[in-house]
Ligand binder design. Structure first.
Ligand code: OFO
Length: 169
C-alpha cells in the first residue's frame, strides 16, 4: 500500500510527465516554425515518450488502488532563441525531472515501499538515457556552430528518429 504522502507525490509526478509531453509538443512546434523539420519530428517522438511515461505511472496508481485526481496541466511558453537554445532548455528540464525522481525515490525508500521504489528506479534509469541523448545532440550543434550545412545535417539525422514505446523495455 502506498502512503498518502507518496500517493500525492506520485500524482504530482504523473502531472509532471504530461507537462513534459506538453513542453516537447511546444518545442516541436518551435522547430517546425523555424524550418527544422527533423528536430520537430525528434521532439514529437519525445512528446510520445512522455505520454508513455505518464501512462506507466497512471497504470501503477490504478494497480495500487490510489484515488486518482488529475490536476490541470500547466501551460507552456513556446519561446526559444535557436536550435541550440531549445535543446539546452530540454536538457535543463530533464535535469529537473531527474531531481524530482530522486526526491520521490528517497520518499519511497523512507516508507520502505519497495514496489514504488522499483517503479521509480525505472524512471531514474530512463532519465540517464534521456539526459545523455540530449547532451550528445547539444555537443553536435555546438560543434557546427552557425554552419548552415552542419545544422541541416544534424536536423536531417534527428528526422530519422522513430517511436518505440519506452515502457516495453
Ligand atoms: Fe518522463 O522523462 Fe523526460 O521528462
Amino acid at each position: 500500500m502506498v502512503s498518502k504522502e507518496l500517493e500525492k507525490a506520485l500524482i504530482e509526478q504523473l502531472n509532471k510527465e504530461y507537462h513534459s509531453a506538453y513542453i516537447y509538443l511546444g518545442m516541436s512546434a518551435y522547430c517546425s516554425k523555424e524550418g527544422f523539420n527533423g528536430s520537430s519530428n525528434w521532439f514529437l517522438i519525445q512528446y510520445q515518450e512522455e505520454v508513455a511515461h505518464g501512462m506507466k505511472m497512471f497504470k501503477y496508481l490504478e494497480d495500487q488502488d490510489v484515488d486518482i485526481n488529475l490536476p490541470p496541466i500547466q501551460g507552456v511558453k513556446v519561446d526559444y532563441n535557436s536550435l541550440l537554445d531549445v535543446f539546452k532548455k530540454s536538457l535543463a528540464h530533464e535535469q529537473k525531472m531527474t531531481k524530482n525522481l530522486n526526491i520521490l525515490s528517497d520518499l519511497a525508500m523512507k516508507d520502505k515501499d519497495h514496489a514504488t521504489y522499483n517503479l521509480l528506479q525505472w524512471y531514474v534509469t530512463e532519465q540517464v538515457e534521456e539526459e545523455a541523448t540530449v547532451k550528445a545532440i547539444i555537443d553536435h550543434i555546438k560543434l557546427v556552430g552557425d554552419n548552415g550545412y552542419g545544422l541541416y545535417t544534424i536536423d536531417k539525422e534527428l528526422g530519422s528518429r522513430t517511436f518505440t514505446d519506452p515502457t516495453t523495455k
